[in-house]
Design a protein around this ligand. Structure first.
Ligand SMILES: CS(=O)(=O)N1CCC(Oc2ccc(-c3c(C(=O)NC[C@H]4CC[C@H](C(=O)O)CC4)noc3-c3cc(Cl)c(O)cc3O)cc2)CC1
Length: 384
């Protein structure tokens, strides 16, 4: 994207200024407390500073990428989206919080969210362009710096979309159609319902492609609740759904492809345990899909996972359980975003357990945000 000198120097100056601030992480409790007595002016005042800070922090890292990645058409496109969005938010830097400006700000956030909707696919395309341009395999130093960068880019993107979604849902066109939800947060998210929802949708794809799918068994364990009511927590249901949908697709692919259906009438079921402790809420997905060697488990979290097919649009209908090679790493980012995690424990020859960890207490579920500083910059210099 060619920028005129005056515009370029202005952006550079503003980037340097805003990237000197550290992003301010919020906890799920803070999102909830604010949302219960939501004030649009306060949200506007906070976001017109916090959004440029988060944008500037990741834009400084985009600028540090190696030229043969940064100069690909796709990564240049992503970079220009960030520049445009950064400039659009800065137009409100000194604006009065009038009704008209608040409405314009909300519309701008919707526009920015839509502009960035294809960042993940476009970055995947950029990595492919870089590999094609290089003509050979990417060395492990380059792969680890790309892994480091993409983890931070997508975590930053998750956090920016969380802030935008909260503001546009709370103060947008339909503020009163939320029921008990506070923005995209559900204060009483029933985990087993999200599990069933994700399972049914993954099963639909599995049946479409393999004409068969494993059954689901759910067990809940909540030692603090004698009545053993369904376990609920304050969370973003769409984040939990994203993680579960990816993990169910992987389990179904392994179970169907690694069980000889001629020999056994039924496929072994996928078993899900939901457990609530004092510190963690865990969702364990256990399958008998044959497992993977311990030496290969880390590979599954790599954005450049070698066997992940790079589907064309048509492929996504014909090979539905495959992804762009980003399903698992991004699912782990969703878990880590609120200080949880996803862990894979595979027993080669038998099957795999995938465990989603979430914080049980909303005041411990703090955003985990990438911060641009000398340490992160050194990482790029060291491995490029
Ligand atoms: C980057 S991504 O997120 O987009 N994505 C990651 C996922 C990948 O697809 C998959 C899916 C399933 C599996 C798989 C196997 C399996 O396949 N075993 C048999 C091979 C074991 C190695 C063996 C070899 O040595 O090469 C060759 C056979 N066994 O256990 C699992 C499994 C994995 C996850 Cl993560 C899980 O949650 C549950 C599971 O049961 C592997 C790969 C698409 C790409």
């Amino acid at each position: 994207m060619r920028l005129f000198p005056v515009r370029l120097s202005n952006i550079t100056k503003m980037l340097d200024m805003y990237s000197q601030f550290n992003p301010s992480p919020l906890s799920i409790k803070q999102f909830m407390d604010f949302g219960q007595n939501a004030c649009e002016k306060k949200s506007f005042i906070f976001l017109r500073k916090e959004l440029p800070v988060r944008l500037a922090n990741i834009m400084k890292e985009i600028a540090l990428l190696p030229d043969h990645l940064l100069n690909t058409q796709s990564v240049s496109q992503v970079s220009s989206w960030y520049v445009q969005s950064f400039e659009e938010v800065l137009e409100f830097e000194k604006a009065e919080p009038t009704h008209s400006n608040l409405e314009k700000f909300c519309n701008t956030l919707v526009h920015i969210r839509n502009r960035h909707s294809d960042v993940v696919q476009t970055m995947a395309q950029g990595v492919i362009e870089m590999k094609e341009h290089q003509g050979g395999p990417v060395d492990c130093g380059m792969e680890s710096s790309i892994q480091y960068f993409l983890d931070r880019l997508y975590m930053s993107r998750i956090s920016i979309r969380m802030l935008i979604n909260q503001h546009t849902i709370l103060f947008g066109q339909f503020p009163n159609e939320q029921g008990r939800h506070i923005g995209c947060l559900d204060p009483a998210c029933q985990i087993s319902s999200v599990v069933r929802d994700a399972y049914e949708n993954a099963r639909f794809l599995c049946d479409q492609y393999y004409l068969i799918s494993p059954e689901l068994e759910i067990t809940e364990h909540n030692p603090h609740d004698k009545a053993n009511n369904p376990i609920r927590t304050v969370y973003v249901p769409s984040h939990l759904y994203h993680m579960l949908f990816e993990l169910f697709k992987n389990s179904m692919r392994a179970v169907v492809e690694n069980n000889d259906q001629d020999k056994c009438e039924k496929l072994p079921p996928i078993k899900v345990l939901i457990a609530e402790g004092k510190e963690d809420i865990c969702v364990k997905i256990s399958d008998q899909g044959g497992g993977i060697p311990r030496s290969q488990t880390d590979q599954l979290f790599k954005y450049m996972y070698s066997t992940a097919p790079q589907p064309s649009k048509s492929d996504l209908h014909t090979v539905p359980l495959a992804g762009y090679g980003y399903g698992l790493p991004i699912s782990r980012l969703y878990a880590r975003y609120f200080h949880g995690d996803i862990v894979l424990l595979s027993c080669e020859g038998y099957g795999t357990d995938a465990i989603i960890y979430m914080k049980a207490l909303s005041d411990e579920a703090n955003e985990l945000l990438p911060i641009f500083n000398k340490t992160s910059s050194k990482f790029y210099r060291a491995t490029v």
